[in-house]
Design a protein around this ligand. Structure first.
Ligand code: AMP
Ligand code: MG
Length: 500
């Protein structure tokens, strides 16, 4: 048992028992892929959030632990004796420019665990102090971004979007210096893996074919074990990542999510949404909406996300070229063919979401146009993306139109005619739509309010309320109607900021 801070013997037993099956599957990779490092001890940590449902998925028995035990474990003070934490190396294209050396500058991968389905999951502490990848950074996280990631990642999970999860959040009671002094925190992130597009860019830039092959084998074992032994594993893997990213980004578009910083180091090959920085949800629908303060050109605006997804996947293809085919020309040709699948996969996935959102149970020519016309009307009349879709469910079973949607009368007539042109009954369409169109999303102004209450008044009630309401986004929850509402003029969030 490794003891970092406390010499309380009971804690040793508890960390060992609680995380008894923790291993570190990354240690089979070449040593240049990571750096071993221990979390920095925290003197006065305080548990802010623990996710018992996720703990259960990970076969972690929280009943073994007191609140203090959980605090000590999730601030990194207590690790089981076999733990070998590491920070991962990766590279990445940041806003289009290649940065060959990045890595987990403010995160430590504590280890890997098998979940209740036998899937390997990563356990990572974000904000646990500087390590060899920190460069000039302090390796710390501020409370605001930690709460933000907890809220949005768990909301995404409840919305049905593939995402990394939040197992715990602790306050460190240490000051983190950004533009102003801020309270510090640590988030425990759970992911199917932390392998990014930038991971392969790192291998291609520094490790050559040997490292590429080792990481490729590793990624295939974790994410696509059915590809073990196929003739062209790198090409097959590339196709899988293309498919997962196409579906993921289609899902983002369908719920109005803007990632905000789609650098290649923030794109997981697992197809999970990762790295919640300046992310945001659309209120009023706007195709070119961009909230991020650091994205001056709008590179990662809402409507650009599919094309940026393809740009990022092209970087992955480029990194993998030497292992796709020994014949360079053939490698390029095969990578191009794989990449050409992105657009049709994306469009199919997007239209599937949109048909559900409009209550369409079969496929007809013109459905794509019907969706496009609806979105244009939302944009023209400055209507709320989430609530407009949600309200359509009620309109599927009546002939009336609420005043808000009168300007959409013509479109509604078309849509109702389309609904009448399928065998599914209106009630069934309405049900389908309520299950596809959330009433509750993590609205930017609500997130800001929850963070402000925590940071300035040490009041976590809004944070916990939000977590609770957002765990059932497709239910009506009439008591929480205020959390479904768009911001009023004073509440409107104009800009979001990176955690760093
Ligand atoms: P992100 O914007 O979170 O994707 O981070 C980009 C890169 O900067 C990653 O390599 C991070 O590990 C690194 N980084 C961000 N914040 C810090 C920090 N406070 N200390 C050290 N490295 C950081
Ligand atoms: Mg990142």
């Amino acid at each position: 048992m490794r003891q970092i801070v406390s010499d309380n013997v009971q804690h040793e037993t508890i960390a060992d028992r609680f995380l008894s099956q923790l291993g570190n599957a990354y240690l089979c990779l070449p040593e240049a892929c990571y750096a071993r490092h221990l979390p920095r001890p925290i003197a006065q940590a305080q548990l802010l959030y623990f996710n018992p449902a996720l703990a259960q998925e990970l076969k972690l028995d929280a009943n073994l632990c007191t609140r203090d035990d959980l605090t000590q474990i999730f601030c990194g003070n207590l690790l089981p004796k076999q733990a070998e934490p590491i920070a991962l190396a990766y590279a990445g294209h940041q806003f289009g420019y290649f940065n060959p050396r990045m890595g987990d500058g403010r995160a430590l991968l504590i280890g890997t665990l098998q979940d209740q389905w036998g899937q390997l999951r990563d356990l990572q502490l974000k904000g646990s102090g500087p390590n060899p990848f920190s460069k000039r950074g302090d390796g710390l996280a501020a409370l605001g971004p930690v709460l933000r990631e907890a809220i949005v990642s768990e909301a995404m999970q409840a919305l049905g979007v593939p995402t990394t999860r939040t197992l715990a959040a602790v306050a460190t009671n240490q000051t983190v210096y950004r533009e102003q002094p801020l309270p510090g925190a640590i988030l425990t992130r759970v992911a199917h893996s932390h392998i990014r597009i930038g991971t392969f860019e790192y291998c291609a830039a520094h490790g050559g074919e040997a490292m590429l092959k080792a990481y490729l084998d590793y990624a295939i074992t974790r994410h696509d074990p059915d590809l073990i032994g196929v003739e062209q594993p790198a090409l097959a893997f590339l196709s899988r990542v293309i498919e997962r990213q196409a579906k993921l980004i289609a899902h983002w578009m369908a719920i109005g999510f803007i990632h905000g910083v789609m650098n290649t180091d923030n794109m997981a090959v697992s197809g999970q949404t990762i790295d919640y920085g300046p992310c945001a949800f659309l209120d009023v629908y706007s195709h070119d909406k961009c909230f991020s303060s650091i994205d001056e050109q709008g590179r990662y605006a809402y409507g650009n996300q599919p094309q940026i997804g393809l740009w990022n996947l092209t970087r992955l293809a480029q990194a993998l070229l030497s292992v796709i085919n020994v014949d360079g020309e053939k490698a390029i040709e095969q990578a191009r063919a794989a990449l050409s699948q992105f657009q049709p996969l994306y469009e199919r996935a997007w239209l599937q979401h949109m048909r559900l959102k409009l209550g369409l149970s079969n496929e007809q020519d013109g459905d794509g146009q019907l969706v496009a016309d609806f979105l244009s009307a939302l944009e023209k009349h400055k209507l709320d993306f989430t609530l407009s879709f949600r309200d359509l469910a009620a309109m599927a079973v009546t002939q009336t139109i609420p005043a808000t949607y009168r300007p959409l009368q013509d479109w509604c007539d078309h849509w109702r005619a389309r609904l009448n042109n399928q065998t599914q009954k209106p009630e069934e369409s309405a049900m389908m739509m309520r299950n596809a169109n959330p009433r509750f999303i993590p609205r930017n102004h609500r997130i800001e309010q929850a963070i402000a209450a925590a940071v300035t008044h040490n009041d976590y009630s809004l944070f916990h309320t939000l977590m609770d309401v957002l765990s059932k986004p497709y239910e009506d929850q009439p008591d929480w109607a205020a959390y479904a509402a768009p911001p009023n003029a004073e509440e409107c969030v104009l800009m979001t900021f990176c955690g760093t």
